[in-house]
Design a protein around this ligand. Sequence first.
Ligand code: SF4
Length: 337
Amino acid sequence: MSAKQPTNMDATPARQGSKASPAKKPALTLLLAAPRGFCAGVDRAIRIVELAIERYGTPIYVRHEIVHNRSVVDRLEKLGAVFIEELDEAPEGARVIFSAHGVPKSVAREAARRQLFYLDATCPLVSKVHGEAERHHRAGRTIILVGHARHPEVIGTMGQLPDGAVVLVETIADAEKLKPPENSALAYITQTTLSVEDTVDIVAVLRRRFPSIAGPHKDDICYATTNRQEAIKTVAPHADLVLVIGSANSSNAQRLVEVARKAGASNARLIENAGAIDWNAVASARIVGLSAGASAPELLVDEVIDAFRERFELTVEETIVTREDVEFKLPRALVTG
Ligand code: SF4
């Protein structure tokens, strides 16, 4: 964007014996995208673990990372949460929480069979998609799920129905070559954390090939995913570099990086935290865009801003595309006396 590269080498070294004057820092503008970071579903899931620990003591077992963020998981582990991947890792009599991504029905059945006490932290917007899948199944439709294989939300959604009832489509090519059972009525649902633009294209193929397919008005991508993508799209074209705070297994954060690139960022990267910033990549930038996936706490954003402030004469500008006031109720077991 600018011919001159800002670098700390611009400072003139202080002469020996003279009073050292502070090195002049290069100027940099940080464009903060808003909304960013925690969504209502993540907030609720974390609160469920905290309240369960307060109410029942430790250990509290959590099946799968409660949300896909390392710092959140580390903090909850320190409070006494024990993260497991499968229910059989929880001992008899354990108290278990299911993660925000949702679980197959077989998991809740197994917990009930073993008489484990469990709380479901599945985001209500994921549960809504589960409900849609069940409704279509009852109506005799074959369900096409647009999503990413192996993501826990997809595993949980497919696991709401018997094997074969849900067919996964990941790409436009999958949608083009899909061969549903003959004479079967069809419906589609989507993962909540997809790229809005990519999903529009996949759904367009499904609607063209199967004009009577049932489905949501557009898709099932949640408000938080949509808003964070809108915000990064606004910031990205003005930035030399876009940084998205989030863990590598966060679908939401990964999509933000892709959306930033598509929106014109010449360079967009996912960083776990301030310690992961590649300052060599920053050196050639004058304007840096910053966002955070829905499972990344604002504390990590603050730490990144502080790290920039240490190295640059920093101007911080925030672009707010919308304000969010969504809140989800907590399970009754945790809020009643
Ligand atoms: S990203 Fe969306 S679906 Fe996922 S927890 Fe947040 S609000 Fe719920």
